[in-house]
Design a protein around this ligand. Sequence first.
Ligand SMILES: [Zn+2]
Length: 334
Amino acid sequence: MSRWLRWLLSFLPRTAPPGPRLAIVRHHRVYAEGQQPLYRLGVGVATLERQLDLLGALGFTPVTVAEGLAWLRGARDGMRVAFSFDDGYRDNVALAVPALERRGARATFYLAAGLIESRTAPWWDRLAHRLEHAGGTDLDWTFDGRAVRARLSTRGERRAALELLLPMLRSAPEAQDRRLHELSDRLSVPGEPACELAEWHELTGLEPRGMEVGAHTLTHPFLSLLSPERQDAEIGGSVDLIARRLGVRCRGLAYPGGDYSAASVAACTRHGLAYAVTTLRGDVIPGAAPFELPRRAWTEGGCRGPFGEFSARLAGAELAGAFDGWRRAAEAAS
Ligand SMILES: [Zn+2]
């Protein structure tokens, strides 16, 4: 959806649906000012601060997902906003937690526990590393028998190649790893990037500071591509590892990449979890399936007007779900 279209739609009158609802905001990384990574998976800290200030002006102080769900159980009307951050990047602790605390706000942090433990960069960071440090100016690769060619002369071209390759890496762990190694050879990039996820000792303060710690599997696989046994090991393993390292028993889990199946839900219940969040778009209302909770991405692009400036009007409309119907229509048509 283009910036101009969203800008125009944001002027349409809206009425909030009746009954109580919980909006769970879905964040990933928080970048320091001026940081320009090849793959930007999150918001700048200034955007996060503007979002929190906007919520404050509207009378909302974000809570953890568990707190939001507890409120919803007894609520008759109104709205609450919960914040969540996926993966467990170090910048969450360094930048997001202080921004939240300054406003008395809280959030849930879903940790990719096995990657944190083994200090392994997530697959998208490994892919970005290859394109960032590619030796040549071209990529000539074969993917599933199909020729893949991309120019890598400029940073813009490397970013475009990354966008092209990201969907190709959304595969089962073995195929994903094999393709990453093929790309290393093709692009003459030895080694792996440093892991930018937080270390356990940096995460110990989250719960004492009122934040919620949730699970996000061990190695961040696309769960529906795994056998039920492997899904169980990924989900249960992350819950147990977090309990061992942080002394916290998780109540919730975020499905990596929003991907899950009936076996994922069964594993969550088997390991004592009370809820799981997805990447499905929407608000949580009473009676929602506890292991298929929707969230709202509140991206940088979704908060910016036609000239790239932070727009409270657009950010508010985005959080209120003003564009949901239009996006669904566009998705159905594509
Ligand atoms: Zn994730």
